[in-house]
Write a protein that binds this ligand. Sequence first.
Ligand code: SF4
Length: 1530
Amino acid sequence: MAEESNVRASTPEEAVARIAYLSSDVVVSVQPSLASESEFSKHLKSYAARKDASLVAKSADTVPEIVSIRHNNDPLLSVFAPIRSGRLVSVTASSSILLPSIAHLYKLANLPVVLHVSLSPRSSPDYSAITSIRNSGWTFLQSQSLQEAQDMALTAHALAIRSGKGVIHFFDASSSGTGSVVAGDASVVRELLNLDSVRRFQAAPLSGSTVYADDGHVAVVADQPERLTNGAVRAVGSPANEIDSASLAGASHVSSKSSQLSGTSSPSSVSAATTIEPAAPLVSSEDIYKYVTSIWARLSELVGRQYSPFEWTGSAKAESALFVFGADAALLSGLIKNAQSGDKFANAGVITARLYRPWLGAKLLAAIPRSVKKVAVLEQVLRKTTKWGPLLIDVLTSIKSSAGGVETIVGYQLGYISRENARQALEEVFENLNAEKPVQNLEIGRREQPQPTSEFALEKPKLETAYTKILDQLFGSRVYIANSLDKENAGVSETISATPEYGFGALLARKERKQRFVGEVKEAASNGRFLTDAPKRALASWVSGAGDAKKADEAAEKVISTLGIDNSRLSRSLLENKSFFRKESLWLVGSDAWAYDLGNSGVHHVLASGENVNMLIIDSTPYSERAAADANRRKKDIGLYAMNFGNAYVASTAVYSSYTQVLQALDEADKFNGPSIVLAYLPYFGEHESPLTVLRETKQAVDIGYWPLYRWNPDNEKKGLPSFSLDSEHIKKELKAFLDRDNQLTQMMRKEPQFGAVLSEDFGTEIRAQQKRKAKDAYNQLLEGLFGAPLTILFASDNGNAQSVAKRLGTRGRARGLKTTVMAMEDYPVEDLPNEENIVFITSTAGQGEFPQNGKPFWDAIKDNTELDLASVRFSVMALGDSHYWPRKEDRIYYNKPGKDLDRVLSNYGAKRLADIGLGDDQDPDGFQTGYQEWEPKLWEALGVANVEGLPEEPPPITNEDIKLASNYLRGTIVEGLQDKSTGAISAADSQLTKFHGTYMQDDRDIRDERKAQGLEPAYSFMIRCRLPGGVATPKQWIQMDDIATQLGNETMKLTTRQTFQFHGVVKGKLKPAMQAINRALMTTIAACGDVNRNVMCSPLPAQSKYHREVYACSQKISDHLLPSTTAYHEIWLTDDNDKKTQVAGDAVQDFEPLYGPTYLPRKFKISIAIPPHNDVDVYAHDIGLIAVKGKDGHLAGFNLLAGGGMGATHNNKKTYPQIGRMLGYVEASEVHIACEKVMLVQRDHGDRKNRKHARLKYTIDDMGLDVFRGKVEELWGKKFQEQKPFHFDSNVDTFGWTKDETGLNHFTFFIENGRIEDTADFQMKTGLREIAKVHKGEFRLSPNQHLLLSNVADEDVPALKALMAKYKLDNIQFSGLRLSSSACVAFPTCGLAMAESERYLPVLITKLEGCLEENGLRQDSIVMRMTGCPNGCARPWLAEVAFVGKAFGAYNMYLGGGYHGQRLNKLYRASIMEEEILAIMKPMLKRYALEREEGERFGDWTIRAGIIKATTEGRDFHEGVAEEESDEE
Ligand code: SF4
């Protein structure tokens, strides 16, 4: 902090924040939420960001710690730990936290904490927050202007240090005036704080006490000699009269235990010069007075401003006085000062309390002129709890008990006063005061307040409504939430009505009311006067079933309608409470703040009551925040607490993890007859958190077991079912202990032994160190027998690459006669490093240029280790990384950073380089091998083993081709892998093979890092893709698919760009059941992925059903014809585990692949069929594209056949490119499957099997030339392609809404954003489609753009379906043209290749563009925009008019100029741009397009005409003339 302070503070909070910052080691900043700043916190944080030092810090440059706590998160709990460890703590907060913190206030009163409180609500503060806690033992100081706020803040800190007691400094920020003051001058602050006392406090932490046990600590008068203000030295801590005599002296603080007060030992640092007393006296109000006056005296000397405990404004001869305890003292005294002689309030004065507690009655008397006869006491206490105002009682006791001149004291309740009504208010006060019999408790000012703008307004996070929406959906009008924030509760403030106690009371009242209602109904049923007979019967039947929810609900409808018809007075009166006829589902909704104090929060009361009441408790602490939380803040596990109670239903849920489980839990809670507690996880940092963050946080928390998903139903025991069901994989230790005790776990462990394993591994670090030592010694012994120089190879590896390079290097070293050791860096004992002769490091690069997990401990141990002397060590480093991983220039330093750091540090410690660092770059033509192959020979050279004779031949690396060949027609060791329960994974070779069976292994990338940090393997699961030619499914199949997703997958399914169903999140144990379920649905997954012909696509064509049927039949024919013949699929997936019986027919005696042979195709192979004028299948993007040609008779005649389209490419690798299919010619429909087969066979035999990046058909054709290729196909086929037939395409997007086909059947195209079928609290899409499938008689067609068609609906069925669609909001197609024409691939979290978000991000990006579309009149215009997470191109981005392809997390390459109907590839426009740049480019570009486009001109065409991008004529010029080069040197 600069000594000279010319900085100005313009609000009281700013002035206070500055003083608090300078005078504290820790500032607890209480905020509305962690994402929204308070008026204090924004200043505190800016000082901390500037690294301003605190004046009380032990070292000159220490920055105070700013601890941000949410206002409803028990903020004062965070004070205990630091203050007890000898750190000075202050708190900045609004007064709304005071009452809920009352228990802490009592405990903190005897510690030198300073609490700066801004009164709330801001525009009309309620001083009852202060008066209610006036007897908590704290000292209270009040300030009333900006300058005073600063001075009292300083006084508060100085006083806390001197007295050892807590000080609350409160002020009303809105009436503190405007302007600015010179912000706290450091020299003044330092002078007043008394640093000697500060040091003594900091040097004597309180030990051995806990937050929850009162250790009896009290503040005592200090006993150290302290400098007097005039420089003399006196002994403080002497008897009180001595303190009196030295009234200007400050006193230092020493903490003491109460036991010491009566014990024989005196406080430890007693000065030899003082008289030793048996105990230091407790700090009295007199002491406080002395301290504060001495502080003010010094302040006056330094700055010239004077203060006293009570302050009088007005004439010394005044006859009456106003004692104002409220926001408007300055306003009122201004009016009095300027009063005219005729005014009722002329000749009055105003008194205010500066030191409110301790209350010094004698000083008050002294402050009031003796001429004053009448005193009006004005208190701004809005929430009155006593008949007489607290201040009135203070004043009465002080004045009446003394012999002053005051005769009358009248109390008033001060309401809201503005400039306009202040004068009138004053007149009222004085009229009453001067009356013969003044009225007590008169209300002055307006009762109704202006809209409060409290900085701590209760704000519900937007996302929190997810759970309440589910309550609504489940229980509809039956749900009754007793304490919702938005409920009108007459006369009860929002803060109170939202509390659980209030809600619980309200629920009980509601239940009583219902009981009374039942009584009323009974009475009405027997004796009521109705106009008709029906009501009595209906009511009697309702009463008999009133206790049973189901019966009551059934009877309710009848009763309500009968009463409605009757319409008598009695009927009408009963109907006023008609909601009571249904069984209500009673809910209390609360937050995790309740978890800090279960006793007081109401949780305990609900449980203890045994009442049938449901609580929904939303916990919003993000998983990643909990790690940083104060260890002393002990949030209790409400679930555990409730389960221990034994009588409650308990569930722990997370809507962003399992929607179905939430539904189940809420439903069970509702049915449970007793208290139910449903804990709901919804982590967020700020009120407007993005769902993506909430999703990621939830997944981490659930996966790691921080937030387990479970349900505990005590009723189940009676039914012989287990009470506990664990719905997630992991569980907390505490919960496990509980279950152990409850004997439930024993049963469960028996059932699922893997359950406990994850909990038990906990090695001490010492044991681990010993293990390292032992392992290395044993290995060294082994090596003893070998000759040659030693070589230690250490690796740090995340994905196994560096590890296998290290192992191979080790093998080669051994072959060269070196004594070679290979181990992970984390297993290496660092103390051995100086003794190494030759050591080599191979490290890959993780995260933001960090060491991989298993290299971190080693790096941490050496990086700042100044003791390491490596003079005799020779070393070399090989670093592996990706120079394009970081999109921004300034982040390029992260490229191979761990390796470079290691190289530098080792050299600094004196080690000599064997060879210069090698840099392996994934972007090089041969990936990291390019750099590695240069480096390794240099190493052998330096070790003198470069030219060793007779080295054994190394086996070549295993390729995909080898795997296929060795797999015995795709069997590999898949069966064995599935049986291995020790891991969720299968072997690398098997994961290549399972692709041929339609399933990939993936892992959840949202939680990958967290699991690694926990030492767990990645969260492996499988993606399963069905084979569904043409994307046509029956309604029954739809339901079956829905079941599979819910029961065996992650509760969602994806409709893919290849018109099929895809499931994600299927864990290994459920893989086989899922495959069998698919098979039972008469579908298969065989050859849905892998190096074979995949699902054959076909335009869904709703408008021409007959024609569609003919073309669709061709797609089935081609699909069947090209299916692999291996029986491995049946053998692995469809046999039953015990007797190996296959469940479907199809066993062949011997495997033989007539089309594919043992090595199948070099790469994947895709076929699609377009029906002009729709190119919705993107016919140019596939290995074979078939364009249907209609004959003159209106039937299918044949196809134009395109070959060699393909999307996959690699960033920065110009040898790879997307390509469009080229025309081979026309074939008859009857022969199309044969023509396709021949094209595939030529590819089988001529495709590149060495380089998978060059293996697709497009490269084969480009290398061979189109004519040569065509010739080879024709030769094999023995026929020639005919001349192509004319065709025409209009677009490649879907047409949404209803269509009628030529047969009169109806079709509806739903908009399914990015093909994801799921339920959310807002949109029950999955449930809705299931309900539709239950009644639909036609078929479903999946569109190639990931949408869905409800096909073949007869006219008479339309209304019912329309009603269902409306009910589930599935009929909504009112989206922007851009959104309707967009599509994205899956990418994060499941796709292993994803570099950036896609499916989860594209909708967000479009939303951000829609405003601009609207402004430019483009809302209805179709612009094809696509996004993928990597250049593999699953959503066919290269054919879009505008595309974004993931480059790194948050960064995309942008492409422009694709053809609207998929006929032209686009071209790179900008590389590695992030959202801000995307928007900055797109918005003006869209505007320009709107202005410049010609009639009917498409966006892609316009970008070319406008010269923004060059046209790409075919794949080979994709990299030519790009608008921005992707330079390595960016
Ligand atoms: S395009 Fe890339 S990121 Fe997207 S799903 Fe395909 S492979 Fe994954």
